[in-house]
Design a protein around this ligand. Structure first.
Ligand SMILES: [Ca+2]
Length: 262
């Protein structure tokens, strides 16, 4: 399930007005760990999304390693994977109807997969880089590593608008994996262990969650020192439980968390 129709309609109404952007310090989100789950440590996680009862879809990156997988949420078990061509670097993904759309980094290709069996369902072309992707019930949102978010028509995949994202008044670049939930766009920031919550109307970061304790826990569980890019990446909202699954690139663990003051 995506954002409700009412929430999406509200977003559209807000997008059509010229209200003053929100100002002030972003709120600090408090969270609690619900459970720790295993995560495939060979997955360079680029996208994570809740796609059904106890089911996650995960996109993995890197040339020669890129794939899309179905993962049992309650156990972390990888149920099935489909591999991209060696020359494609997998990036963010989201569910549109019964189709998973998976970005590639610099290849200009969006792969489509049937969510029930990961059979190929064609492909689309895009201009620019693909980093993160989410669907708010009305539009698709894409990040490209910059501070811009692009909205795409789900019918044509044409870019319909762009919004510049700012944190404390400064452009926030390296926006990476995305999650559309609660009328906001949630984003990982490449090379950081923060989760930011973005007001899509103005591009303002209105809340931040520091998940660095989870990065430390994952690093300890790995028994080695993480490289600088083995950061938090992958956000999936479970709309029924209102919990969030998060993990990172090559992390051996995935975490279900709950925000306690959002
Ligand atoms: Ca996501």
């Amino acid at each position: 399930m995506r954002a409700t129709v009412a929430a999406a309609a509200g977003l559209l109404l807000m997008a059509g007005c010229s209200a003053t952007p929100a100002t002030g310090e972003p709120a600090q989100l408090e969270w609690e760990l619900v459970r720790t789950l295993p995560h495939d440590p060979t997955s360079f996680t680029q996208g994570l999304e809740f796609v059904g009862d106890d089911l996650l879809a995960e996109s993995s990156g890197r040339y020669g390693e890129s794939r899309v997988s179905l993962v049992r949420a309650s156990t972390g078990e990888v149920l099935q994977s489909a591999w991209l061509p060696d020359e494609h670097f997998g990036e963010g993904l989201t569910l549109l109807g019964d189709t998973l759309l998976q970005l590639t980094w610099q290849e200009g290709v969006v792969h489509a997969w049937r969510v029930d069996d990961l059979s190929p369902a064609g492909s689309l072309s895009i201009d620019g880089e693909g980093w993160g992707l989410c669907h708010d019930g009305e539009q698709l949102w894409r990040s490209d590593g910059s501070s811009q978010l692009m909205s795409h028509s789900p019918e044509t995949f044409e870019v319909s608008s762009t919004v510049g994202v700012t944190h404390d008044g400064e452009p926030l670049d390296r926006l990476n994996e995305l999650e559309c939930a609660d009328g906001r766009i949630w984003a990982n920031v490449w090379l950081a262990n923060d989760l930011v919550r973005i007001d899509p109307t103005h591009g303002t970061v209105d809340a931040v969650a520091d998940l660095s304790p989870l990065a430390a826990q994952a690093e300890e569980a790995s028994g080695r020192e993480f490289t600088k890019d083995e950061v938090l990446n992958g956000i999936a909202h479970d709309p029924d439980a209102d919990t969030w699954y998060v993990t990172g690139k090559y992390w051996p663990e995935m975490y279900e968390i709950r925000f306690t003051n959002s």
